[in-house]
Design a protein around this ligand. Structure first.
Ligand code: FAD
Length: 518
């Protein structure tokens, strides 16, 4: 995948997409597969907005049931199944546990009823039926869990991803199918004829060059920047968005047999403790904010709030000095009458302005494919050309065949670890990898296969061609030095932050390395 800046200047496209987060990437793939000449640009790196700072869950969203969001949950559970099929191993099942306490704002019977409904809504897409857990099992599986007034709990299954890399793989798949894509190209102005947008003036942030990109249709998929970009196009309508801020903490790996869904002891909000990339994520907050998406920072009060949440459930208190890193993002939620952030709708809306610009607001990562399908349907009608959507069964580049068909997963009676990595296609790929490169240990091989899927066969050449290719970048972490060159050559990594924050995630928990080069 190469930056296609020259093609952007020289062609007239059917569709130009502004914003290479998951929304723009999803539309780029869908539209390209339907035969539209499609271009995709992002003012920074792909996924450098919200799409790299989510909770990394591909989930129905159990908590939305509390607000009656049955349709959203149903749709998300079915999209989860498609992603497990089309994007494995980038998307993998994850076990969740909810402990029940006597003092909780949510009585155990209500949580159990919610889980039954979740199972029913998932229908044949269910990964495994939820089931009760005894107090003893919780103590064993989550050592140190607060057991005063513990009444037992329940487990259920959802899925997990590496958000930035999943977005990147959607962009790459679109590019391989013919989309022209470039990161670090910013839309800075709109050109109109008779009041209608006919082209976008863009600036290449790498060279400083400015040029026109002509397109029959322009889509504003800029997430938290949606209102700003609509104003740039001269749209004077009311703002579409009411962003809320979400913060996560990263701490060292805790001995957790799955993720925990917990209620914050202070305000009763849902938050998660999630095993991720050999570390533990704690998050998230959800507060209405006017902060700019370009300059988000994490405050000590936000860190304290999340630590207080965690410490309410574990006997050994976690201190702020143990926080390895933090990250924050803005949910590009639709503006609505509701004042409470957690009840702001996760639905999305497609807006067509008088200038012809189409903007999209809202949504969630899990449902990006469906959202892209509906947006592309709208664009097809505008362009007067129809073709069927193909993304329901289109494997992302590098994806391995998922042996964990829903039926197989249901049959599996194994721990979360074997559910996520014992899948035969992953083990097969790991075996081939270790045969071609015997110096790789099992942990490295698993890390590489889970990160690159079958594309690991290309990565291995880079690891072998450099005498230090197989050396860990940071002792103790699985990321290898040879990955840098591969990511520069094939994944459009330009700035060191692209490598540290999105293609690997090392910068999130080793913030001191951001800005350095290998
Ligand atoms: C804390 C948090 C946790 C979340 N957790 C989950 C979760 O676990 N599961 C889930 O399903 N969803 C989750 N979400 C929601 C999900 O992450 C978002 O809905 C999704 O990532 C939004 O993607 P997007 O492409 O619309 O926006 P973004 O990812 O922000 O992409 C917009 C892009 O537009 C680009 N851009 C801006 N201006 C311009 C311009 N002028 N020219 C060109 N490009 C431009 C930006 O650089 C950016 O890359 C979470 C969100 C947050 C904030």
């Amino acid at each position: 995948m190469k930056r296609e800046v020259d093609s952007l200047r020289n062609q007239r496209f059917d569709l130009l997409i502004l914003g290479g987060g998951i929304t723009g990437a999803g539309v780029a793939l869908d539209a390209t597969l339907r035969g539209f000449r499609t271009a995709l640009i992002d003012k920074g790196d792909f996924a450098s907005g919200t799409s790299s700072v989510s909770s990394k869950l591909v989930h129905g969203g159990l908590r939305y049931l509390e607000h009656g969001g049955f349709h959203l949950v149903y749709e998300a559970l079915h999209e989860r199944r498609l992603l497990l099929k089309n994007a494995f191993p980038y998307v993998r099942p994850l076990r969740f546990v909810i402990p029940f306490y006597r003092r909780s704002r949510m009585p155990a019977w209500k949580a159990r009823a919610g889980l039954v409904l979740y199972d029913v809504l998932a229908g044949s897409s269910n990964l495994r039926r939820s089931r009760p857990l005894s107090t003893e099992m919780l103590r064993q599986e989550f050592p140190g869990i607060q057991d005063d007034q513990l009444l037992g709990g329940a487990e259920y299954y959802d899925a997990q991803m590496d958000d930035a890399r999943l977005c990147l793989s959607v962009v790459r798949t679109a590019a391989l199918q013919g989309a022209r894509v470039a990161n670090y190209v910013q839309a800075i102005a709109f050109q109109k004829r008779e009041g209608k947008v006919v082209s976008v003036r863009a600036r290449d942030q790498v060279t400083g060059a400015e040029f026109e990109i002509r397109a029959r249709q322009v889509l504003n998929a800029t997430g938290p920047w949606t209102d700003e970009v609509a104003r740039l196009a001269g749209d004077t309508a009311e703002p579409l968005l009411q962003p809320t801020k979400g913060v996560h903490l990263i701490v060292s790996r805790k001995d957790l047999n799955g993720a925990l869904l917990l209620l914050h002891p202070v305000d009763g909000r849902v938050f998660f403790v999630i095993p991720w990339m050999e570390k533990t994520l704690i998050g998230t907050t959800d507060t209405i904010t006017e902060e700019s998406p370009d300059s988000l920072s994490v405050t000590p009060a936000e860190i304290d709030y999340l630590l207080e949440g965690y410490n309410g459930y574990f006997q050994t208190a976690l201190k702020s000095s143990e926080v390895l890193g933090t990250f924050a993002g803005l949910r590009p939620l639709m503006r609505s009458g509701s004042g409470k952030p957690s009840s702001l709708s996760r639905e999305y809306r497609i807006m067509k302005s008088l200038s012809g610009l189409i903007s999209v607001a809202g949504g969630k990562y899990t449902t990006y494919r469906r959202m892209a399908e509906v947006i592309t349907d709208t664009i097809s009608r505008r362009l007067g050309r129809r073709g069927p959507c193909r993304t329901r069964s289109f494997l992302l580049d590098g994806a391995l065949p998922n042996p964990q068909s829903v039926a197989e997963v249901v049959r599996l009676r194994s721990s979360v670890r074997s559910l996520t990595t014992s899948a035969t296609s992953v083990s097969r790929e790991m075996e081939c990898l270790r045969q071609s490169c015997p110096l790789l240990d099992e942990r490295d091989a698993r890390h590489l296969v889970l990160r690159y899927g079958w594309r690991v066969r290309d990565v291995i050449e880079y690891l072998r061609s450099d005498s230090e290719g197989l050396t860990p970048i940071i002792p103790g972490e699985p990321d290898l030095r040879g990955e840098w060159a591969y990511q520069c050559d094939h994944e459009m990594a330009i700035d060191p932050a692209d490598f540290w924050l999105r293609r690997t995630r090392l910068g999130l928990f080793h913030p001191e390395i951001i800005g350095t080069r290998i």
